[in-house]
Write a protein that binds this ligand. Structure first.
Ligand code: ADP
Ligand code: MG
Length: 431
């Protein structure tokens, strides 16, 4: 499945190429065709599965279509074509960024955000001018509607992103008021982790004959990826574990993640000296070189790529058999993005995490986020000398437990070991 096969406008396909996307994600492949056909949708799929593009590409398609219409004189021409409601300011900003990224080749695209916590002035100016896409949090938009500054009579598409969170935050009446100010003939796309209970009732109110799209949940998404966790006593031990794993025969191609650009360069140098065909990839490198490195990976000239999270986002190389977390991610979501680089195109993959004691706080957060324990593993002759730190809160189920819910009262609070163990001083060559 390609983006071209989704029949997207050439301007959008070009922007996706520029973003380094090679193929639609599952939710994009399933949601975009009915969205382009004008259907109302109820969509659930896991975090990081690319939901933003699954509504923003159809939204930009509406904007492109409106560009070829003759301008209608009068007030009807005012107000956005597309409104995206999000629960938080941060999410609104992210969605706005996606709108400008995916819409970078849409001529004269006008995107505005209306969120709380910032002055009204600039927002009022944006609302007065011509506008294609408005991204808003419900509370602030209500203020502007009340004062007659926001007009939604021209709306073609309404998107509710993270609807369950908006309802949890008490926005239900605001959402109702906002939708009442929009044309009944609009297209509506609603995104939520669940459509049970009050979210489902809101969906019934707002959507017409909706199509339900459910892409595998957070816990099921990586059935074809085996995960392993190795505890390392210190940095030297971690390097020894990595070296051992990379010499295994079943490593077709390995993607090794580091926490920083500096570590990526340092580790790639070290592995190069050991005789591996290896390169680093990070945001500090010029785009041309990054493209050549990726080309080298695709053509299998490179067996090992050492990368940072940002640089590895768009990588889709089906022959990556191993993802190795040499440095842990800053955010638990990134763990899911990382391991998703293997186990692609129906193949199986192995995701190995090498952690020192100071990483146990992040390991705990990752396990809570994925609601899975990463199975522990050891390598003969390289077993850790120190006992494994507690990877989960006291009071949580000991093994295979899915729930990391509230601890029983009186339970000892979980303290991430990362706060108490200093990184063993290991000299690295100055660069
Ligand atoms: P969600 O809303 O489902 O949590 P996002 O829309 O925020 O996910 O996307 C998560 C990440 O995946 C973003 O960094 C985005 O740039 C990236 N992404 C989205 N679609 C693709 C794709 N088709 N190929 C590669 N990366 C993608
Ligand atoms: Mg999202």
């Amino acid at each position: 499945m390609t983006f071209e096969a989704l029949n997207l406008h050439e301007a959008l396909v070009r922007a996706l190429q520029a973003a380094g996307y090679t193929e639609p994600t599952g939710v994009q492949a399933e949601a975009i065709p009915p969205a382009l056909a004008g259907k109302d949708l109820m969509v659930s799929s896991r975090t990081g599965s690319g939901k933003t593009a699954s509504f923003m590409l159809p939204a930009l398609t509406k904007v492109l279509a409106s560009r070829s219409l003759p301008a209608t004189p009068g007030s009807k021409a005012r107000g956005p074509r597309v409104l995206v409601l999000t629960p938080t300011r941060e999410l609104a900003m992210q969605v706005a960024k996606a709108a400008s990224d995916y819409g970078r080749f849409v001529p004269g695209l006008r995107v505005a955000t209306v969120v709380g916590g910032v002055p009204y002035g600039a927002q009022l100016a944006a609302l007065r001018g011509p506008l294609d896409i408005l991204i808003a949090t419900p509370g602030r938009l209500i203020d502007h509607l009340g004062s007659g500054k926001a007009m939604l009579g021209n709306l073609d598409m309404l998107v509710l992103d993270e609807a369950d969170r908006m309802l949890d935050m008490g926005f239900i009446d605001d959402i109702r008021l906002i939708t009442e100010a929009t044309p009944a003939a609009r297209q509506t796309m609603m995104y939520s982790a669940t459509f049970a209970g009050h979210v489902g009732r809101l969906a019934q109110e707002l959507l017409r004959d909706p199509q339900r799209i459910e892409v595998s949940s957070q816990t099921e998404a990586h059935g074809d990826i085996e995960q392993r966790l190795h505890w390392a006593d210190d940095f030297e031990h971690k390097n020894a574990l990595l070296d051992h794993i990379l010499t295994e025969k079943n490593v077709d191609q390995a993607l090794v993640f580091t926490s920083t650009q500096r570590d990526a360069d340092w580790l790639a140098d070290r592995l190069h000296e050991m005789g591996h065909s290896v390169a680093s990839l990070h945001g500090g490198m010029p785009q041309g070189r990054r493209n050549r490195v990726l080309q080298g990976l695709r053509s299998k000239q490179l067996r090992v790529l050492v990368a940072t999270d940002v640089a590895a986002r768009g990588i889709d190389v089906p022959t990556i058999s191993h993802v190795i977390n040499f440095g842990l991610p800053m955010k638990e979501e990134d763990y899911v993005h990382r391991i998703g680089r293997t186990g692609r195109a129906g193949r199986t993959g192995l995701a190995v995490t090498l952690a020192e004691r100071r990483d146990s706080g992040m390991i705990h957060r990752i396990q809570r986020y994925t609601t899975q324990r990463i199975p522990l593993a050891t390598i003969e002759g390289l077993e850790p000398k120190r006992s494994a730190p507690l990877p989960m809160p006291a009071g949580a189920p000991p093994r295979g437990g899915k729930s990391f819910g509230p601890r029983p009262a009186g339970g000892k609070p979980f303290k991430p070991a990362g706060k108490t163990f200093a990184k063993p001083g290991f000299p690295r060559p100055a660069r």
